[in-house]
Design a protein. Sequence first.
Length: 382
Amino acid sequence: MSAYDVIVVGLGGMGSATALQLASRGTKVLGLEKYGPAHDRGASHGGSRITRQSYFESPEYVPLLLRAYDLFDQLATDSGRDVITLTGGLMIGHPDTRTVAGSRASAEQWGLQHEILDAGEIRRRFPTLAPKPDEIALYEAKAGFVRPEATVAANLEVAAKRGADLRFHEPMTSWEAAGDGVRVTTAKGSYTAGQLVITPGPWAPELLADLGVPFSIERLVQFWFRPRGGVAPFQPDRHPIYIWEDVSGDQIYGFPAIDGPDGGAKIAFFRRGTPTTPDTLDTEVHPAEIAEMVEYCGQRLPDLPGEFLRGEPCMYSTTPDEHFVISRHPAHEAVTVACGFSGHGFKFVPVVGEIVADLATCGATVHPITLFDPRRLTGGKL
């Protein structure tokens, strides 16, 4: 039996960042992961994730985003990996949509640099886009994308260099209280620690059932198309990231062509999935799904759905109010949980790692996390 200060279960985006933060502080940390160091079974794959600061979900996220940007830059320096790229970004829709109005509210509250563009100005500056006459956009120069696979790899590499004991293909099978800490059991052994961190991704309903939070797990598909006429107009210096909301509330999001002439441009529906579980995920992309995206995006980016290249299903793990869960477990003082991030969480990876490391080692954090208390979803129980 081995003794650690903290055991981290799940080494995707949030878990790998937590392991890095703990190791950087000199904490004796064990990381356990069900799969290998690079896998597509969780929520940290797909080549790209949008990052932005004018946050329509809530202005409360903005201080965390500002810190996350600093930490992404630090991770790039420490690892030598390309983890974040700023391309500029557009939040597009009718002025009253959540995407536009919420982004504008956050930008104005926090004094974030931004521009409001009418439909004609959008078309003039970004001719790949075809907004309707009554649509506008908030343009943010500091928006862009982060690379999930590269970020996780960088976190793990730097964490290991700083002393983290990282074990792959070794999932936790159970845990229990042991004295003032915990005992974690796997098929390969039993380990004790003063604190346990659980960052379960889509396994949250299974591993954190006692939390009482009604997580939903949904399957969504990411699509890559080769634009008509090639990728030149979709290069990152000409075509921004975007989130686009229509009058019905449906949203799409997309990226420039960031992977060369044969990589195409990525686009997906935002929060329009079907229920699934990690064990029942349908990994096939069906012709009807491709046709739906071709029709929808063709009305807004006429040159994009030229040739379908590939599709990749992913899983969203979401809470009913779409806000995160980051907290000491209300019923277990030696356990910290971080989950419910899907749809908008990856841009927060480095700062969530910092917060979770704070909670595991100090029981508190200077970051504002009241919004993420799980008891908001359980009537204060637990």
